[in-house]
Design a protein around this ligand. Structure first.
Ligand code: NDP
Ligand code: OXD
Length: 314
């Protein structure tokens, strides 16, 4: 029973070494290896070449090397087998660190102090709002959004979330569905997007949505933070909203095109923090172990965990 490692953009060699160390009894092959297609029972993907998993008659499951699976589901010739995504406490903790850091940077107006430091200006600020006066809205309360929401609550922020299905959370206000979005936006000073990319979420972060954020808050205007997927944001609208003061600032970890082209004005915009899609990397060891453990449990007859619902797209 072989495992096909189908990755583009990443060097397969370190992954092959990890799988070999964790599962020495398996053969791990790449699309370049001339393996018998019938011998391949599992595939591991990071942006595999479309059609690259077709024609494997004994394939039982596809494992994404990331938490997001839009890159897997985008394949029009994807075999009809379960797709498993990464759920990893280390990844979740890192994402919450990044979200909390970005919220605090905007809450404490840190871009102002960056500029002051560059010019050696010693100037205090007018009164600083307390966290309880700042309303954070989180789009997506899944593995990542819920953890970030709870950590922001511990810091005292006034947090609410938005999901596709209705939630009954004892500790968090939540809104759901298209009808709940306006209510969430109207009470949001800092918007955090931790949504998967699906047909429903593509282009959601656009000019019309920014205009519906709260503009009466203690921070003097709303902020956008996106670490979900770049396909959910309209970058031209973000830039226009920043320049018009509809958004006061933004933190972006994901982009419409990655790597972000050098020509993008986002690189140098004075009110934008950006990072190279690394808000929540997980150690390759942890992910490889997670996949190998799932395969071993599956072969013992246990169900696969964290299987994607293809109809929902996440
Ligand atoms: P989950 O599947 O656990 O959660 C997704 C959440 O989004 C759920 O709360 C879901 O609602 C909500 N949602 C999905 N579609 C809609 C919709 N149309 N309207 C309203 N809410 C919606 O995913 P994770 O939390 O694990 O990850 C979220 C995304 O973060 C990933 O898909 C990936 O794109 C991105 N990511 C980015 C990383 C980075 O480094 N930048 C790293 C890891 C992930 P419901 O609860 O009702 O199902
Ligand atoms: C992702 C990941 O899905 O890095 O972006 O896990």
């Amino acid at each position: 029973m072989s495992v096909l490692l189908a990755v583009t953009e990443w060097d397969p060699a370190p992954w092959l070494a990890r799988f070999a160390a964790l599962a020495p009894d398996r053969t791990v092959v790449t699309p370049e290896t001339s393996a018998d297609p019938a011998s391949i029972h599992y595939a591991v993907s990071w942006r595999h070449r479309p059609g690259g998993l077709a024609g494997l008659p004994n394939l039982k499951a596809i494992f994404s090397l990331g938490a997001g699976v839009d890159h897997v589901l985008a394949d029009p010739r994807l075999p009809d087998v379960p797709v498993v995504r990464v759920v990893d406490p280390e990844l979740t903790a890192r994402m919450s660190e990044w979200v909390v850091m970005q919220v605090l940077l905007h809450h404490r107006q840190f871009r102002r102090y960056d500029r002051q430091q560059a010019q050696k200006i010693w100037a205090e600020d007018e009164a600083q709002p307390v966290a309880a006066e700042v309303r954070v809205g989180i789009l997506g309360l899944g593995e990542l959004g819920l953890d970030a929401a709870r950590k922001l609550r511990i810091l005292g922020f006034d947090v609410a979330g938005w999901t596709r299905s209705r939630k009954f959370l004892p500790d968090l206000a939540s809104f759901h569905g298209p009808a709940g979005l306006d209510a969430l936006l109207a009470r949001t000073d800092i918007l955090v997007c931790l949504l998967p990319l699906t047909p429903d979420t593509r282009g959601l972060l656009n000019g019309s949505l920014f205009a519906r954020l709260a503009h009466d808050g203690r921070l003097g205007g709303p902020f956008l933070i996106n670490a979900g997927r770049g396909g959910s944001q309209v970058e031209a609208d973000i830039l226009a909203a920043l320049d018009a003061g509809v958004l006061k600032g933004a933190s972006l970890d994901v982009f419409e095109t990655e790597p972000l082209p050098a020509s993008s004005p986002l690189w140098t915009h004075p009110n934008v923090y950006l990072s190279p899609h690394n808000s929540a990397i997980s150690s390759p060891e942890a992910i490889a172990r997670y996949i190998v453990e799932q395969i071993v449990a599956f072969e013992r007859g246990e169900p696969l965990r964290n299987v994607v619902d293809r109809a929902r797209g996440y």
